[in-house]
Each structure stands twice: as structure tokens, then as C-alpha cells.
Design a protein around this ligand. Structure first.
Ligand SMILES: NC(=O)c1ccc[n+]([C@@H]2O[C@H](COP(=O)([O-])OP(=O)(O)OC[C@H]3O[C@@H](n4cnc5c(N)ncnc54)[C@H](O)[C@@H]3O)[C@@H](O)[C@H]2O)c1
Length: 472
């Protein structure tokens, strides 16, 4: 089938690459000419495991092309996916300017019937707005014919495992409303995704509004699990319990399951923070409230500053003259995505207090530096931030090491070497990678998140909660 995909970002490129791999003829269009030039020169503007090889194979076989030309893309695809960004606006609602601009541009070039598939994460009612933009453009050209059907097909892939997620989906959600085009569109989408339904039907059909809301509900549910576990971890710190034992204890309950039960420094990335905010705003727009999701967001905001609160409890508010190592910049392993990464908040808080920060990330150094430069208004503060070539270089002479992203390469460091190179052997493990007892035996002061080993550091458990309460 001939497919066009508007937006060559994390979702657009993975969708395009995977559909090409299944034999479809794919054209990806992006308004960013530099991105398209990179793609046409056999490069990739993002990192996603396996994507380079997938693209190379399908480029070589002539199944995927890249362009900035919307007329060409509209002409090409029987099905046209919209996969552009929907970032947060100031009030937390989803910014639909890119989605609606794309709809208008498609409308300008539409000559025959196309299925317009919204893959971007968008609030309920967006399909209707896309439809209106398209129709307005057709009206301007005096076209009365029904030349499109707008449907919703939210994407559930995870960065870092996106190809596997796309190729082995738990489910494919498609929102399609009753219309004269219903059967045509239903058949086309069934055919498009038929490779995934061979073993058993994975497509879940529903109306458009439900499909739009399903995506937000899924992300809010996952974010809730994370914030819930972070709260239980913080309580474990106060009570001397161990969150890792608790995680295994509750995960074994089949009604709960093991996924998304890890306590840490809070969730980030391009989806959970913005999607929970947008859901809260959607409810407010209806005169309602998302009380659980609002609490989830508050807990997450607080969790992102937990490591810094622990440092200031230990060293005091003024961190001048102290150096801290950060291991991991991207919001999670196996991606270079820095959007809303907890490392950004941690680095800002440290620089604000006069500290020197040296960071190492196996992949996201360039993106990390761009993000920190963007966040740091003060040139003097920025001068105290540097990137290290290796994890040990970052830790050299450091007064504490903060583990922020659970890259595999951080799982088994040489602790003796760390002890030797650090100014004082102190590890704040924001991802619970290490065994507290082992580090204690090695003479390294260590604190994880909810790990029953507070005395090693003489930290008062839950210090950040008490500090927040005092300053409130
Ligand atoms: N990244 C994820 O893990 C993920 C997962 C599921 C859903 N989503 C959703 O998918 C959507 C896309 O996310 P992403 O992470 O791929 O975004 P992204 O920022 O990586 O990519 C978006 C691309 O769209 C392009 N674009 C913007 N306006 C355009 C226009 N008018 N014409 C052509 N191209 C245009 C941008 O240049 C950019 O390359 C968002 O709504 C997001 O919430 C993302």
C-alpha cells in the first residue's frame, strides 16, 4: 500500500521504517529541510536502536523516501499519517498548531480520496478540528466531494524499544466513526495492519473520541504507577522498608504485574509529563477535575528534586566549591531524547546553588549539552557545567555521584576505581541500580530511593519532604 507520513520524528520515522519493512511504499515528509537532507544522505536525525539498519535496508530496496514537498506526499499516500509534535502550551493543554497546520496543508493538495490518520497524541475533538481544516481548504477550491475520512490511531511505542513495540504491538487502537466511507476505510486499515493480526486480532475498533482519550488514559495510568511507587519508596525511607522487596511482593500479584513499578527520580520524556498535563487541562475545560492525575504530576515534580534535596540536607544549601558527577542525561536509556528529562531539573538545581557539575551519558551528550545550555540563562552558571568523555572522568574529584539514567553501562562500575577517583565516596542512586549492602561493605556511602540504608549516609529519611513542608 502507498503510505505517506507527515512528521519525521521519533514516531514518524519508526512508523515509516516499520511499514516499509512490511513491504509498503512509504514517503515521509517533514518541514525541517535539514532533517530531510540528513535522511536523504542516509543519516538519521534521532537515535533509536535498530532504526539505522531498518532504514538502510528499506532505502536500498526503494521502499522509503523522504521529502519536504507536501504536494508530492499527498499525491503519494492512499493513507496519510499525521505524526507531528503536540507539545504543552503554557496552561498545560496540548498545542495543536502543528497538527492543524498539517491538516490545512494536506487540504490544499487533496485531489482524490485519502484516509487521514491522526497518530499524534491529541485531545478529544481534534479529529473534528482536523476535518474542519481539510474541508475549509476544499471549500476554498470549490470542491464539495467527500475526499477524506479522518480517523484516530494513537501510537503506543516506547522510545528505546520503539521498533519492537511497533512490530509486536499489544494492541492497535483505531477510532473510526460511522460515515458513508466507513467500510472502505475499515477495509483499508485492516489491510494496512494485517501483518499484526495474523496470530490473533490485535486491532481494537472504537469511535474516534474514545480512541483519542484511550491514549491519554494509558499514559496517565502508567504515570500513576510510577508516582505511586515513588510515594511508597519515600514512605519506605521513613519506615526503614525496602522498595525493591515491596516491588517484587506486589508485582507478583497478577492483577498488578511487574511492569512500571520502579521507584526513581521521576518520569520525564516527551509523553508522560505533557500528556498528564493535557489530560488535566481537558478535564478543566469540561468543568471537571482529574484529581488522581493532578496528584501524580505533583508527586513527580517533587521526585525530580529528591536527589538535590538529599544533597542539600547533607552539604547545606550553598554548594559552591563542590563538584557533582551526573551519570545519565537522557530521560531513559537507549534514547537521545532530553525532553523533560529529570537530569535537566537536577542540573539546574545544582548550578543554581553554585555547584560544579560534570555529566556523562553514553549517547545523549550533544543533546544534553544543548538542553542544559537552553535551560541555563546565566553564563557563569553554565561555565560550571561540563561533559565528560567517560563515566570515571565525570566522577573524578566529585563530592558525590548521582545516578540519574539507568544505562546498562552503569550497572557494574568499578567501585574501587570510583572510591579512588572521587573526592568523597558518596553515591546517590536515583535508579536503584546497586546493592546497598555491597556498597556499605566497600565503604561507599550510598543512598537509593526507598532502600533501607539511610544510616550509611546519616541522611534523615524523607528530608526533602520535611524541607518542602518547612518552606511551604
Ligand atoms: N516520542 C514518543 O515516544 C511518542 C510515543 C507515542 C506517541 N507520541 C506522540 O506522537 C507525536 C509525535 O511525537 P514525536 O516524538 O515523534 O515528535 P518529534 O518532535 O520527534 O517529531 C515531530 C516532527 O514533525 C515535524 N513537523 C512539525 N510540523 C510539521 C509540518 N507542518 N509539516 C511536516 N512536518 C512537521 C517536525 O519537524 C518533527 O520532525 C506527538 O503527538 C507525541 O505525543 C510520541
Amino acid at each position: 500500500m502507498k503510505i505517506s507520513i507527515v512528521g519525521a520524528g521519533y514516531v514518524g520515522l519508526v512508523t515509516g521504517g516499520c511499514l516499509a519493512e512490511l513491504g509498503h511504499q512509504v514517503m515521509c515528509i517533514d518541514s525541517d529541510a535539514a532533517k530531510v537532507a540528513t535522511l536523504n544522505a542516509a543519516g538519521l536525525p534521532i537515535y533509536e536502536p535498530g532504526l539505522q539498519e531498518l532504514m538502510a535496508r528499506n532505502r536500498a530496496e526503494g521502499r522509503i523516501h523522504f521529502t519536504t514537498d507536501m504536494a508530492q506526499a499527498v499525491e503519494h499516500g492512499e493513507v496519510i499519517f499525521i505524526a507531528v509534535g503536540t507539545p504543552s502550551k503554557e496552561d498545560g493543554s496540548a498545542d495543536l498548531q502543528h497538527v492543524l497546520a498539517v491538516a490545512t496543508q494536506i487540504g490544499r493538495h487533496l485531489k482524490k480520496f485519502k484516509v487521514i490518520v491522526n497518530k499524534s497524541t491529541v485531545p478529544v475533538g481534534t479529529a473534528y478540528r482536523v476535518q474542519k481544516c481539510l474541508q475549509d481548504e476544499l471549500n476554498k477550491r470549490g470542491i464539495q466531494e467527500s475526499l477524506f475520512e479522518v480517523i484516530s490511531n494513537p501510537e503506543f511505542l516506547k522510545e528505546g524499544a520503539a521498533i519492537k513495540d511497533f512490530m509486536h504491538p499489544d494492541r492497535i487502537v483505531i477510532g473510526l466513526d460511522a460515515s458513508p466511507n466507513y467500510n472502505t476505510v475499515h477495509q483499508k486499515m485492516e489491510l494496512l495492519y494485517s501483518s499484526f493480526n495474523r496470530h490473533h486480532a490485535r486491532t481494537i475498533w472504537m469511535d474516534v473520541r474514545s480512541a483519542e482519550l484511550t491514549k491519554y488514559a494509558a499514559n496517565a495510568m502508567l504515570a500513576t504507577r510510577i508516582s505511586f511507587m515513588n510515594e511508597i519508596a519515600n514512605l519506605s525511607d521513613l519506615l526503614g522498608a525496602d522498595i525493591d522487596s515491596i516491588r517484587r511482593g506486589i508485582g507478583a500479584d497478577q492483577r498488578i504485574g511487574h511492569d512500571f513499578l520502579y521507584a526513581g527520580t521521576g518520569y520525564g520524556g516527551s509523553c508522560f509529563p505533557k500528556d498528564t498535563r493535557a489530560l488535566i487541562q481537558t478535564a478543566l475545560d469540561c468543568g471537571s477535575q482529574m484529581k488522581v492525575v493532578s496528584a501524580v504530576e505533583n508527586v513527580n515534580d517533587q521526585q525530580k528534586t529528591l536527589l538535590v534535596s538529599r544533597l542539600t540536607y547533607h552539604f547545606g544549601q550553598d554548594l559552591q566549591g563542590l563538584k557533582f558527577a551526573i551519570w545519565g542525561l537522557s530521560f531513559k536509556p537507549n534514547t537521545d531524547d532530553m525532553r523533560e528529562a529529570p537530569s535537566r531539573i537536577i542540573i539546574q538545581e545544582l548550578l543554581k546553588r553554585g555547584a560544579t557539575v560534570s555529566a556523562f551519558d553514553p549517547l545523549a551528550s550533544k543533546e544534553g549539552l544543548e538542553a542544559v545550555s537552553h535551560d541555563t540563562q546565566d553564563a557563569e552558571a553554565l561555565s560550571r557545567f561540563s561533559l565528560a568523555e567517560t563515566a570515571y572522568e565525570a566522577a573524578d574529584n566529585a563530592d558525590a555521584l548521582l545516578v540519574v539514567t539507568e544505562w546498562k553501562t552503569f550497572h557494574h562500575p568499578d567501585f574501587e576505581m570510583l572510591k579512588e577517583c572521587m573526592n568523597q565516596p558518596l553515591i546517590l542512586d536515583g535508579r536503584n541500580l546497586y546493592d546497598p549492602k555491597m556498597l556499605q561493605d566497600l565503604g561507599i556511602a550510598y543512598q537509593g530511593i526507598g532502600r533501607r540504608n539511610q544510616l550509611a549516609l546519616n541522611f534523615k529519611a524523607g528530608a526533602h519532604i520535611q524541607q518542602e513542608a518547612t518552606s511551604a
